[in-house]
Design a protein around this ligand. Structure first.
Ligand code: MUC
Ligand code: MG
Length: 373
C-alpha cells in the first residue's frame, strides 16, 4: 500500500453570530469568525483544523484573511505531496520555512493529527500519549459590559451547573471603575464561585501594583496579563508584590517566550493556547517548560468554535496537572456552529468526545451556509 500524502488544503472563513456582544479591553466582539481547514489526503481521509482569532488584528498578528492566504499560498506548497503520516517531519518542514504564524500552524497540526488519528482509529489524545481525564472543568467569561447583566449570567451558569469559575474582562474602563464592577460581582457570588480577571495588557505597572491589592481585597483569585506582553521585567516585579497570582497569556507567543518567562519568574501561572504555540502537540512543549519550573497550568481559548475547542481539549486532557482548569467555552458563545454534534458540557465540565481523531464531524450544509462568499 502506498504512503498517504497530503493532497490539498481547503480553507474556509466562517462568520457566526454570538449570543451577546463580548467586550474585551481592545475590542468588542459582535460575532466570531472561524477559519476552518480541511486537509485532504490521498487515502481519502480529511483532517480538520481551526485557526481562530479575536477581533481581526486587534488581538494577535494574524487575521482570518491572512491565515487563509498564508495557508493557501505558503503552507500548501510546503506540505502538498508530502507523507501525511509523519507529523513531526511536516512540522519541522513548516518551521524551517515559516516564522511565527502559530494560528495557521495550529490549524495544520490539528488537521494532521485528526487525519492520522482517523487512519489509526485512535483519538488525538491517544496520539499525544493518552488522556488522563475525560472531562475538563471549564470557566465562563463575563464580558457583557454591564455589572447587573454579568451577575444574572453568572447565576444562570451556576444554576445550570455549567460553570463555577468566572473570568471578568476588564481594562477598557478606568481601573477603579473596573475594580468596583469586579468586587460587586464577587460579592454577589460569594463562595459559590471563583472570580478571576483578564486585563488583556491594558495596565501600567504602577496601576497594576495598587489594583492587585484592591482586587485581592475584593476576593479575586488571579490576574491575567495585566501588563503589555513585552514587559516581562514589569510582570516579574509585579509578581513579587501582588498578593494574588498573575497569569501570563499574550506574553506567550512561542515556546521560547514561555521559557524566558519561566526564567524571569514573570508569572506563576501560564495560559496554554494551541493557537499561540502552533497546535495541540506543540502546546505541550510550553506545558513541559511550565511543569519543570513549577508554574501552574490553565487551558486557555481564542474563543474558537468546536473544532479548535475540542483540539485544545484533547491536548489538555493529557496533562498531569491542570491546576487552574480551562476556559474552553468558545462554542457556547456562538448561536450556531458547523459541526454535526455539539460538544457536551455537564457538571461544570467539557466532556471529551469519543471516536477517532478529534471525534468531530463537520456539517457541510451549515459550513456552506455560513462560509464567507
Ligand atoms: C483571552 O485573552 O484570554 C479568552 C476568553 C475570553 O473571553 O477571551 C479570550 C481571550
Ligand atoms: Mg487572556
Amino acid at each position: 500500500m502506498s504512503t498517504p500524502i497530503v493532497q490539498q488544503l481547503e480553507v474556509v472563513i466562517v462568520d457566526l453570530p454570538t449570543i451577546r456582544p463580548h467586550k474585551l479591553a481592545m475590542h468588542t466582539m459582535k460575532g466570531q469568525t472561524l477559519v476552518l481547514l480541511k486537509l485532504h489526503c490521498s487515502d481519502g481521509l480529511v483532517g480538520i483544523g481551526e485557526a481562530t482569532t479575536i477581533g481581526g488584528l486587534s488581538y494577535g498578528a494574524e487575521s482570518p484573511e491572512s491565515i487563509k492566504t498564508n495557508l493557501e499560498s505558503w503552507f500548501a506548497p510546503l506540505i502538498v505531496g508530502q507523507d501525511a503520516t509523519n507529523i513531526n517531519r511536516l512540522i519541522m518542514r513548516i518551521n524551517q520555512h515559516i516564522r511565527g504564524n502559530t494560528f495557521a500552524k495550529s490549524a495544520v497540526e490539528t488537521a494532521l493529527l485528526d487525519a492520522q488519528g482517523k487512519r489509526l482509529n485512535i483519538s488525538v489524545a491517544d496520539l499525544l500519549g493518552g488522556r488522563v481525564r475525560d472531562g475538563l472543568e471549564c470557566a465562563w467569561t463575563l464580558a457583557s459590559g454591564d455589572t447587573g447583566r454579568d451577575i444574572d449570567e453568572a447565576e444562570q451558569m451556576l444554576a445550570m451547573r455549567r460553570h463555577r469559575h468566572f473570568k471578568l474582562k476588564i481594562g477598557a474602563n478606568d481601573p477603579y471603575v473596573d475594580i468596583a464592577h469586579v468586587s460587586a460581582i464577587k460579592r454577589a457570588l460569594g463562595d459559590r464561585a471563583s472570580v478571576r480577571v483578564d486585563v488583556n495588557q491594558a495596565w501600567s505597572e504602577a496601576v497594576a501594583i495598587r489594583a492587585s491589592r484592591l482586587l485581592a481585597d475584593g476576593g479575586v483569585e488571579l490576574i491575567e496579563q495585566p501588563l503589555h506582553r513585552s514587559d516581562r521585567l514589569g510582570m516579574s516585579r509585579l509578581n513579587a508584590k501582588s498578593p494574588i497570582p498573575l497569569m501570563a497569556d499574550e506574553a506567550i507567543e512561542s515556546v521560547a517566550d514561555s521559557f524566558a518567562l519561566a526564567q524571569m519568574a514573570a508569572a506563576p501561572i501560564f495560559a496554554l493556547k494551541i493557537a499561540k504555540t502552533g497546535g495541540p502537540k506543540s502546546v505541550l512543549k510550553t506545558a513541559a517548560i511550565a511543569e519543570a519550573a513549577g508554574i501552574g497550568l490553565y487551558g486557555g481559548t481564542m474563543l474558537e468554535g468546536t473544532v479548535g475547542t475540542i483540539a485544545s481539549a484533547h491536548a489538555f486532557s493529557t496533562l498531569e496537572s491542570l491546576e487552574w482548569h480551562t476556559e474552553l467555552f468558545g462554542p457556547l458563545l456562538l448561536t450556531e456552529d458547523v459541526v454535526i454534534e455539539q460538544p457536551q458540557y455537564r457538571d461544570f465540565q467539557l466532556m471529551l468526545p469519543g471516536g477517532a481523531g478529534l471525534g468531530i464531524q463537520l456539517d457541510d450544509d451549515k459550513l456552506a451556509f455560513f462560509s464567507r462568499k
